[in-house]
Design a binder for this molecule. Structure first.
Ligand code: SF4
Length: 279
């Protein structure tokens, strides 16, 4: 049987040092996970997921910006690896890449086989700075690519960067990265309006030509099977919410996914959401 991989995001802090224009989270400094709570979440993974030999787990440190809790990350990593020598789990943290010190880079480099850092990057200087708080100059691209050459970046498109989509994609590939998601940001935009389609269509055409010339460059958006888009839609759950994804907020409370949390919804809305079957 194929192993089943579970994703367990553990939110270390609600804080973030950036203020991206499309961020859907509310940040504050009142929500910090403790070492004891984090270990309890990790123990839950081993007792409830990895107790089945067929399962794998990605313990994914989450925020806010998780690297703001570097000391906690190191301590929980040591706690886990000392207790569990098996190779059926790994660590991951998705980061904006802007707070890495030399000390942090050295630690992540020394632990890169079991701990992967995933970078969020929206493209070249203009788009990155417009979307993500002028952060372009703070990111050491080579550090990410040299340590995790197979790790794709996460790209988000806003109304401020949509007209540069093709050039931003090409820039990211020029750094050596593939692209996991090039998603239109969540928000109040009507992305299906003519205004946006008129801008996006030539960008996509440009990229079709580019990918025909560069078939080895990975962009998840261009890997979709077009036949399945045209087929009759079957209602089913693909995202793993509440099933293969289990999110723990900074106080250790368990939620079905990273989008249904106290950073994104009120208590009443979370209660309603948790009653759904997420189909
Ligand atoms: S880096 Fe991530 S968490 Fe921080 S503001 Fe940007 S989107 Fe939000």
């Amino acid at each position: 049987m194929e192993p089943i991989t579970y994703t367990i995001p553990i939110c270390l802090t609600h804080r973030c040092n950036l203020n991206c224009i499309y961020c859907f989270q509310s940040h504050d400094n009142q929500h910090e996970m403790t070492f004891e709570t984090c270990n309890t979440c990790v123990d839950w993974v081993f007792d409830n997921i990895l107790n089945d030999k067929n399962n794998r787990a990605e313990i994914s440190f989450f925020g806010g910006e998780p690297l703001l809790r570097f000391e906690l990350i190191k301590a929980v990593y040591d706690y886990t690896v000392d207790k569990h020598r098996s190779d059926n789990y790994r660590f991951f943290a998705s980061t904006n890449g802007t707070v890495l010190t030399e000390e942090m880079k050295e630690w992540f480099h020394n632990h890169k086989d079991r701990f992967i850092l995933g970078l969020s990057l929206d493209g070249g200087q203009e788009s990155q700075n417009a979307n993500r708080s002028n952060s372009f100059g703070l990111i050491d691209f080579d550090f990410f690519h040299s340590n995790w050459p197979k790790q794709n970046v996460k790209m988000t498109i806003s109304e401020k960067s949509i007209h540069r989509y093709a050039e931003d994609v090409k820039f990211i590939h020029s750094l050596g990265f593939g692209i996991n998601g090039a998603d239109l940001c969540v928000g109040t935009f009507n992305w299906s309006s003519d205004e946006y389609i008129r801008v996006l269509a030539p960008q996509l055409q440009n990229l079709i030509d580019y990918y025909l010339d560069h078939p080895n460059h990975y962009n998840a958006l261009f890997q979709r099977d077009l036949a399945s888009c045209a087929a009759e839609r079957v209602r089913k759950k693909n995202c793993g919410c509440g099933d293969r994804v289990h999110y723990f907020d900074s106080d250790g409370i368990h939620y079905p996914c990273t989008f249904i949390t106290p950073m994104t919804f009120s208590k009443t809305d979370i209660k309603k959401n948790k009653e759904n079957r997420f189909l």
